[in-house]
Design a protein around this ligand. Sequence first.
Ligand SMILES: Cc1ncc(COP(=O)(O)O)c(C=O)c1O
Length: 396
Amino acid sequence: MRTPWRVPLMRHAFPRERCTRRALSRFVLEAPRLSMGEQCREFERAFARGQGRRHAVLFNSGASANLALLQALRNLGRLKARERVGFSAVTWATNVMPIIQLGCRPVPIDCNPATLNSMAADVRARLRQTELRALFLTNALGFTGDLPAIRDLARRRGIILLEDNCESLGTMLPEGRSGNFGLASTSSFFVGHHLSTIEGGMAATDDPELVQMLRIVRANGWDRNLTPRQADGWRRRFRVDDFQARYAFYDLGYNLRPTELTGFLGLRQVRQIAECARRRQENYIRVESALSANPDLMPLDRSHIRRLSSFAIPVMCRTPHLRRVYTERFVRAGIESRPLIAGNMERQPFYAKYVRERYPLPGADLIHHCAFYCGNRPDMSRAELNLIVRCLRPQA
Ligand SMILES: Cc1ncc(COP(=O)(O)O)c(C=O)c1O
């Protein structure tokens, strides 16, 4: 990948670029089929095993996994139109858009600038203002909130907890892996994520009813990707014979299927997730001392996290002016940077167009105006990390 940056957000499409591209070319030439099949199924099984979940369903993107997850809950009647769904105010847009598209009401939960995530205290504060049927929280940039406390709170209040783990695959808390604290979680395998299938995503859960519905939602609302026993159940319930069953559509769905290329690429990398997370954590630790030694910056707290599967290196400046100073410094040094995901989601144009309700979000606002991030790739060189550290020195 050609880039004008000395430290780009991403340099390669895959962790082992040349040999993965060669293997992919061979696979394309020789594979008996290229539409969703055995490679995808094997990747799902391997992913579920590695994540410690019973089931995983592969999609053509992380956004598709998010959409399908909420559609599946709507189809099952566990989430109804007009019900309120809480979401991390600092997140990716396609975690919030399906809440609106599916007729539910999005409620932003504030995020703590020290952990970049919604904490149990933020959820509790919102619950004092409004009821929630579900919480769709994002584990941002490899960090998480205090997920065990959030899980307990959600259980006590009968709230469905979902995790968007698209940026935190491989992060471990003492109480378990990120992505395993709620009913289900989603991952993204877009280039630059912890595992890259070019485009791709996954939903993981232990719930047998939900996994069946996710497969129905993924492909047109039909039963073709269910086990024979499950398909038989749907056919009997709706009195559909085997001939008609080829084109029987049981509930609302889309076409969000991956291809065998997605399965092939994922399967090659699934065992490297831990190693990739380890390297990214090492990089982060190398830069962390510079972050904490600089009085222009706010320190980040990862004391509740055992392994930080760092997605990028976040920088929390104390003021918007300081963010300008440091981002300009990064540009001059050739380090590519970005705002901290979508910032405060309430400030995004699409949100203002479709949602009227507003909530106080002081933490998310601080992140919106004062934070940015640069890349943290597993293949980052010492020289690249040293350059980032130099740019994080306090102003003279
Ligand atoms: C937190 C989060 N959720 C969802 C997504 C969407 O994933 P995709 O780009 O695979 O659709 C992203 C993308 O980076 C993300 O960062």
